[in-house]
Design a binder for this molecule. Structure first.
Ligand code: NAP
Length: 468
């Protein structure tokens, strides 16, 4: 048999998960001039682009323009998209092992991290991931129900997702109607009675995880005042010293300047208020059958292994609220047959090479990139470098020919298998038909698109196209 990667025996790679990392991994493989490669990118949804479609806030359309880059990858020779194919259901990992020299898992971190406080599961307490999926028309969250009839909502966490959900609760109907927010969410948000959105950070302003544009936006809302009590800006000695030091990073410095400026504002009496609180942790969510209040514990910062950690002072406060959005980070979901690091919520790997176990070697032919490799951190572009590290290892393994030995390496074999199993897979062309239909629905309303929410609706669109 000729060398893997030659014209006679092209490198065949399956990438599982069509988010940014999946596309960047595909690009790094396909752009190699001396390598003959075919990349099949699988996604359980009929739609590609992962969190760029289902996570990025609808009022941030510029961030979504990165899709143009992924479309260029999709246009490369050797690229195929297989949407609506769930690995672990329609195809097993063993099926991929029989068809490809290498598999790259880029499935992201699909679920929320638990808070671990009593009452977390009460109706009215939701993971921010569900709220984000709901307003972004992700099919998994189409039937979620958020009670927006309460006066106060509490958002837990101080990352950019917390900023996104707080802002989405504060946008006006007019602002939302210019975006690709799901229609069901626009309708419900239009009826909202939420007057106050309280954002709880467990540490101080200096330790906040959000970035400068996201915090600044809260100060520019049309219909909401941003409130930071001046006392919140009185820093503990260690934070103050860090802020004054040469080590301080620009993001932190500008975050604190922005928060200081907020704390000096006089509220204008707008319809809504976004209140940012620090050194505040949820201790319990209370209610009789649904969320009615949250007990907040006051923290102090203590130094531990070189970092400042939140420590409960024992001081308590109870705040009435009807909606809690828990935004304390994402975590990965294990895939059957792929070694998983339960503690970190990631695929067990070293630099993107999947490991058999903590102390054994590389599981030949298995790779990972993106959040499921390193954890839910960084911006979209971070995944480009991350995928490059993985692909560099993969290409080194092509060089040494240490890859899987597929039994059916022809491009048609996987299509035949999917057809045999009656899986209605969606090609990139099919996706373009869905895309055009969504854009067409948006045009009369001056919106970038009106998204389909149900998988059947998406597949129906392709059917219509095929039918003429
Ligand atoms: P994140 O940035 O990791 O923030 C998680 C937040 O939750 C932190 O403030 C963390 O506080 C807090 N937290 C964790 N456990 C907690 C607990 N038990 N109680 C209270 N608070 C707790 O995560 P994320 O907001 O989900 O964002 C994920 C990634 O996507 C980030 O890299 C983010 O920048 C990125 N993202 C970017 C954008 C954008 O560019 N516009 C938008 C959305 C998301 P500690 O710091 O104290 O741990």
């Amino acid at each position: 048999m000729s060398q893997i990667g030659s014209q006679e025996n092209p490198l065949r790679v399956a990438i599982v998960g069509a988010g940014p990392s999946g596309f960047y991994a595909a690009e790094h493989i396909l752009k190699g001039e001396d390598l003959h490669a075919q990349v099949d990118l699988f996604d359980r949804l009929p739609t590609p682009f992962g969190l760029v479609r289902g996570g990025v806030a609808p009022d941030h359309p510029k961030i979504k323009s990165v899709i143009r880059v992924y479309e260029k990858t999709a246009a490369r020779e050797g690229f195929r998209f297989f949407g609506n194919v769930k690995i672990g259901h329609d195809l097993e990992v063993e099926d991929l092992e029989r068809h490809y020299h290498a598999i790259v898992f880029t499935v992201g971190c699909e679920t929320d991290r638990a808070l671990g406080v009593p009452g977390e599961e009460l109706p009215g307490s939701h993971a921010a991931t569900a709220f984000v999926g709901w307003y972004n028309a992700h099919p998994d969250y189409a039937d979620e129900d958020f009670d927006l009839s309460c006066e106060r909502a509490v958002v837990i966490g101080n990352g950019n997702v917390a900023m996104d959900v707080a802002r989405m609760l504060a946008l006006t109907d007019h602002e939302l109607r210019q975006t690709d927010t799901a229609d069901h969410a626009i309708e419900m948000l239009d009826q909202k009675r939420v007057k106050e959105i309280v954002v709880l950070g467990r540490r101080g302003p200096v330790q906040a995880a959000f970035t400068n544009p996201e915090i600044k936006e809260l100060g520019e809302l049309e219909a909401a005042d941003v409130i930071v009590d001046r006392s919140e800006m009185e820093l503990d000695p260690a934070s103050a010293t860090y802020l004054e030091s040469d080590d301080v990073d620009k993001t932190t410095r500008v975050n604190v300047e922005t928060l200081r400026e907020f704390s000096e504002r006089t509220p204008e009496g707008k319809e809504q208020r976004v209140v940012l609180r620090f050194l505040s942790s949820p201790v319990e969510i209370k209610g009789d059958g649904k969320v009615e209040s949250i007990v907040i514990g006051r923290n102090e910062l203590v130094e531990e292994s070189g970092a400042l950690r939140a420590k409960d002072t024992g001081e308590r406060e109870e705040l009435e609220c009807g909606l809690v959005l828990r935004s304390v980070g994402y975590t990965g979901i294990p895939i059957e047959g792929v070694p998983f690091d339960e503690k970190r919520g990631l695929i067990l790997n070293e630099g993107g090479r999947v490991l058999d176990s903590h102390d054994s070697g590389h599981k030949v032919g298995h790779y990972t990139a993106g959040w499921i490799k390193r954890g839910p951190s960084g911006v979209i572009g971070t995944n480009k470098k991350d995928a490059l590290e993985t692909v560099t290892h993969l290409l080194a393994d092509v060089e040494s020919q240490t890859l899987l030995a597929p039994e059916s390496p022809t491009p048609a074999a996987i299509e035949d298998l999917l057809s045999e199993r009656n899986v209605r897979f969606v090609s990139f062309e099919d996706w373009q038909a869905i895309d055009q239909a969504e854009v067409g629905r948006g045009e009369p309303h001056g919106r970038p698109r009106v998204k389909f929410v149900r998988v059947e609706e998406m597949l129906g669109t392709i059917g219509e196209k095929i039918g003429g």
